[in-house]
Design a protein around this ligand. Structure first.
Ligand code: GLU
Length: 432
């Protein structure tokens, strides 16, 4: 895992350098795009335990640093830096007036009691409170952090501010963290936003490719098939909304394994079954009927190799790599996890004609609604869920359109196009 962070950082630097060079940017500008503004690395104590944490602020040309905080035993500086860099790109791609940042703590939160988790979250918030703020840096949830943790952090931040007489109004204090519980100033629709945004992107893509996915011959058009790896917040909502929108979800997985139901499965029934059985691998469901005749358990690796129209890695980094890239059969891949396809596999699959929607666009629904939460806090507004979803749809479709257009015009991949759009915006080459 130590290497994964390093590899991720190298890949991010490589594509930024390549893109910036193709845009004719000077080496000084490229260096500023690569090097983060601030790397905060610190140690903090919770009782007798000492933890190492980071908040890395990559670039704030477009607005306050923005990005999640992850709690994971394998977090390391390179990984946090890579993710902060990708947040700068993601916010620019999404058209947000925000820059990029990311935080992390080396910890396995699954080994902590609720009380210990709260103490850790509060101690981390105290440590970063010196360099965050509504117009400076706005953290959010990421891997293993959630609205409850954001509420603890926001409260701790507020306490800390009081002792400093900051002059910030209470709504501005609220705006310092996004992804908060709705009753503590969070936005309706934030929890579902990443999955929902991914489905909006898929719909926009299919509208461009209609003929490739639905074979015109044979009268009745078949529903596009979808396989989703990962059944956490992002994977679950992606699967649920794609099913609602008429896609046929044929395979789902969690860390323990996957199920494959060729006739299509019910996402809700699978969730209920997972809650009862502890994993999706034990579920064979169609509609409300769970029966072994309808499906079969497969491995997470086998899910990636299914003959589906749309493959959605929504779990871990680097799951599609040199080892399995030749076996991937999907025509479209939507990167809902951060960095699920290695650089080598990305090039190989793109060359083969697979259309890959990069993470910086596909999963940008989360940070987009984080921005809407920030906006509501700053302006003392409370939007309905329908209003949030409508704005998310407009914003993500606009982001998709500009990346699609450039990709077609320049005959480059969507990823290359996304990085070009982002770098142009960050370096203010373009105001589009
Ligand atoms: N952690 C999420 C991401 O990687 C959301 C960040 C945010 O809402 O600021 O995009």
């Amino acid at each position: 895992m130590e290497n994964t962070g390093k590899k991720m950082l190298e890949s991010a630097h490589e594509i930024i350098k390549k893109t910036a060079k193709s845009l004719g940017l000077s080496s000084e500008v490229i260096t500023r795009l690569i090097e983060p503004d601030f790397i905060h690395e610190f140690n903090f104590s919770v009782g007798k335990k000492i933890y190492k944490g980071w908040r890395i602020q990559h670039n704030n040309t477009l607005g306050p640093y923005k990005g999640g905080i992850r709690f994971h035993p394998n977090v390391n500086r390179d990984e946090v830096q890579a993710l902060a860099t990708l947040m700068s790109v993601k916010c620019a791609v999404a058209g947000l007036p925000m820059g990029g940042g990311k935080g992390g703590v080396i910890v396995n939160p699954k080994e902590l009691s609720e009380k210990e988790l709260e103490e850790l979250s509060r101690a981390y918030a105290r440590a970063i409170s010196l360099f965050i703020g509504p117009y400076v840096d706005v953290p959010a949830p990421d891997v293993n952090t959630n609205p409850k943790i954001m509420a603890w952090m926001a409260e701790e931040y507020e306490k800390n501010l009081k002792s400093q007489n900051s002059g910030l109004k209470s709504n501005e204090v609220l705006a310092t963290f996004s992804g908060k519980p709705v009753e503590k100033g969070g936005s309706l629709g934030r929890t579902e936003a990443t999955g929902r945004g991914g489905v909006y992107v898929l719909q926009a893509l299919l509208a461009k490719l209609r003929s490739k996915i639905n074979p015109p011959a044979g009268g009745q058009k078949s529903k596009p098939t979808v396989a989703v790896q990962g059944f956490g917040n992002v994977g679950y909502y992606f699967a649920k909304f794609s099913e609602d929108m008429g896609f046929k979800v044929v395979s789902l997985s969690d860390s323990k394994g996957a199920i494959y139901v060729t006739e299509g499965l019910s996402v809700e029934t699978t969730l209920k079954c997972k809650k009862e059985k502890g994993s999706v691998a034990g579920c064979y469901c169609r509609g409300s009927v769970c029966d072994v005749r309808f499906g079969k358990p497969i491995s997470n690796d086998a899910l990636l190799e299914l003959p589906v129209d749309v493959l959605v890695p929504a779990a871990l980094e680097n799951v599609i790599n040199a080892q399995n890239m030749a076996k991937i059969k999907a025509k479209i891949i939507i990167e809902m996890a951060n960095g699920p396809i290695t650089e080598e596999a990305y090039e190989y699959l793109t060359e083969k004609g697979v259309i890959i929607v990069p993470d910086v666009l596909a999963n940008s629904g989360g940070v987009t609604v984080s921005y809407l939460e920030w906006y509501q806090n700053i302006h003392n507004e409370k939007w309905t869920e329908a209003a949030v979803n409508k704005r998310l749809k407009e914003m993500i479709e606009k982001a998709f359109e500009s990346i699609w257009k450039k990709s077609v015009a320049k005959r480059i991949s969507l990823k290359q196009s996304a990085f070009e759009v982002a770098i142009e915006r960050i370096t203010k080459l373009s105001t589009a």
